[in-house]
Design a protein around this ligand. Structure first.
Ligand code: PAF
Length: 282
């Protein structure tokens, strides 16, 4: 696996591949990799000839009180995992590559209010502005043919699709279903903050969501009762619930009975750890 740390290096490698006719897939990450990330790499490998993964902990997507400074940085382990799963290039830029004029002088994108101010955006104001800004920057640096994102961060995925459509970026977005532990707990870097007993208990988030999804599936139109039922169940199980919401899969709007494609999404604190999860309603 090759390593690039600045724009010249990443472009030299990617341009070389492109000149020899290869297609390029890109997997942006903030490191602290787990099996969910490796599933993104695997999908990238099946979609393109060459795979670039980036590790960059982006300060502009962390709000006040969110722990940017303590975000786990596990570069050596991450690098080994990427190498062993056959990633071709690790792009690990510094701040001066991603924000060459500095954060204060940086041009920032504003994520659209309808999609960015609800659910995660409501609890984490400004978060998605930071996400779309950095993803646009990384796309310009790497210039991939396609980029792969997980459905675990479903709202982020929709916003990135919006970014690409709205700015006519020549990048195809490919999504990958959430990878789960055998308990059902969605893989996440934040699970590392849970001990093994807490992990077992935290798995009930996915169990309650799956139950709620099948309740909506059986009887469309009952989502408000189901949302409330799921929030009550989670509270009884020791979670501090932020939201449980049944939304349209395309826009995360409140659904009508006629809407066919629905998703249930949730965020809840388990102790000090904020977990998110979502599922398709079938
Ligand atoms: O999902 C993430 O890890 C981050 O939000 C991303 C897309 C790498 C942007 O920093």
């Amino acid at each position: 696996m090759q390593l690039a740390v600045d724009r010249e290096q990443v472009r030299r490698v990617v341009d070389g591949w492109r000149q020899s006719g290869s297609t390029i897939a890109f997997v942006p990450t903030m490191g602290n990799l787990h099996k969910g990330h490796l599933a993104l790499i695997s999908t990238a490998q099946s979609e393109a000839d060459r795979v670039v993964a980036s590790i960059y902990v982006n300060p502009t997507q962390f709000g006040e009180g969110e722990d940017y400074a303590n975000y786990p940085r596990t570069f050596d382990d991450d690098s080994r995992s990427l190498e062993s799963c056959g990633c071709d290039l690790l792009f690990a830029p510094g701040h001066t590559t991603v924000y060459p004029l500095g954060f204060e002088n940086a041009i920032r994108l504003v994520a659209p209010h309808d999609l960015a101010s609800i659910l995660e955006g409501r609890s984490r104001p400004g978060h998605f502005d930071g996400v779309v800004s950095v993803v646009a920057r990384l796309f310009h640096l790497v210039r991939p043919d396609l980029a792969v994102f997980g459905e675990k961060d479903f709202q982020q995925l929709l916003l990135i699709r919006r970014l690409v459509d709205d700015l006519s970026l020549p990048v195809r977005i490919v999504s990958v279903p959430t990878v789960r532990e055998t308990s059902g707990l969605a893989m996440s870097s934040r699970n590392n903050y849970l001990d093994s007993e807490q992990r077992g208990a935290a798995a009930s988030l996915s169990a309650v969501l799956a139950d709620a999804a099948s309740r909506v599936g059986r009887q469309r139109g009952n989502w408000i009762q189901v949302e409330q039922w799921a929030m009550d169940e989670l509270s009884k199980l020791g979670f501090r619930v932020d939201y449980v919401a049944v939304r349209t899969a395309a826009e995360l709007a409140r659904p009508d009975v006629a809407d066919a494609e629905l998703r249930i999404l949730a965020a809840a604190w388990f102790g000090d750890v904020r977990l998110i999860d979502n599922m398709k309603i079938i």
